[in-house]
Ligand binder design. Structure first.
Ligand code: ATP
Length: 252
């Protein structure tokens, strides 16, 4: 690497509650960034139940765990899924990868760093919950993107994870993406509520990167194993993703 080479910006996509659209967001946001001439790496950091490869219909030969254990060149595990877009597939059904020990964390950090150098953005799709791999990925990344839905359980779980990360892990900045929005009023009410609560009880200002409407195109794209920004580029969800990709500099 040349001494002046810019390091990639690493963004961790996380949520607290499961099923709120982290993987759909990560894959489609990555594609939108890739189409804006950025070189993007998606790391499937859901160490127990990986599925980035499923949404892109990729055939996986080596995953993150195989590459870590074999000591082979980590780049061999990368799949070049689209122009400007590579994927480091996660391990599925491997419970010990969910709770990382300190040594594993150090190896994973070296490993991800070594594959990241050729990219402008690294997006890490984490597991749901507050397992040690989720906390570690949040600490490792330059910035986080918190996906939540207007569902009160999603807000409660996001709040719990934000509290844990700010209190015990030194993270002071949180960027929200609201998903499954069914109307402007619901969207702004949800964002205002979580911002007010975190300001009042944690003394934290949350940033709002954008909102994605509930959109049948998203579910259909998952069923067809194609990203919705490709399958239905004119859909409301795809337009929302492209707008956020244009605003990515606000995370810096
Ligand atoms: N904006 C949306 N409109 C409609 N359906 C959506 C939307 N976003 C996500 N979904 C659907 O919600 C389901 C869960 O999405 P996804 O797998 O991306 O969530 P996740 O947070 O990554 O889940 P997990 O925590 O299990 O990893 C999928 O079936 C997806 O199609």
């Amino acid at each position: 690497m040349s001494p002046n080479k810019k390091m990639p910006l690493t963004l961790c996509v996380t949520s607290g509650k499961g099923g709120v659209g982290k993987t759909s967001f990560t894959v489609n946001f990555a594609l939108a960034l890739a189409r804006n001439d950025n070189r993007v790496l998606v790391v499937d950091g859901d160490m127990g139940l990986a599925n980035v490869d499923v949404l892109l219909r990729l055939s996986v030969k080596h995953n993150i765990r195989d590459a870590l254990e074999s000591g082979a060149d980590p780049r061999q595990a990368l799949i070049f899924a689209r122009p400007n877009l590579a994927v480091l597939p996660g391990a599925s059904g491997v419970p010990e990868m969910v709770s990382l020990g300190v040594k594993q964390q150090a190896r994973l950090a070296d490993f991800i760093k070594s594959v990241s150098v050729d990219f402008d953005y690294v997006l890490i799709d984490t597991a749901a919950g507050i397992g040690s791999s989720v906390l570690w990925y949040n600490r490792y990344s330059d910035h986080n993107i918190f996906i939540l839905s207007p569902d009160p359980t999603s807000m409660t779980d996001a709040y719990a994870l934000i509290k844990l990360l700010s209190r015990d892990h030194g993270i002071g900045r949180f960027n929200l993406v609201l998903n499954f929005v069914r109307g402007a009023r619901e969207g702004s009410h949800t964002v205002d509520t979580i911002k007010r609560v975190t300001q009042r009880f944690l003394n934290l200002e949350l940033a709002h990167l954008g909102s994605i409407p509930e959109d049948r195109a998203v579910r259909q794209a998952v069923l067809d194993q194609l990203p919705f920004v490709e399958q239905t580029p004119g859909s409301k969800a795809a337009r929302a993703i492209h707008e956020m990709a244009q605003r990515v500099h606000t995370l810096l």
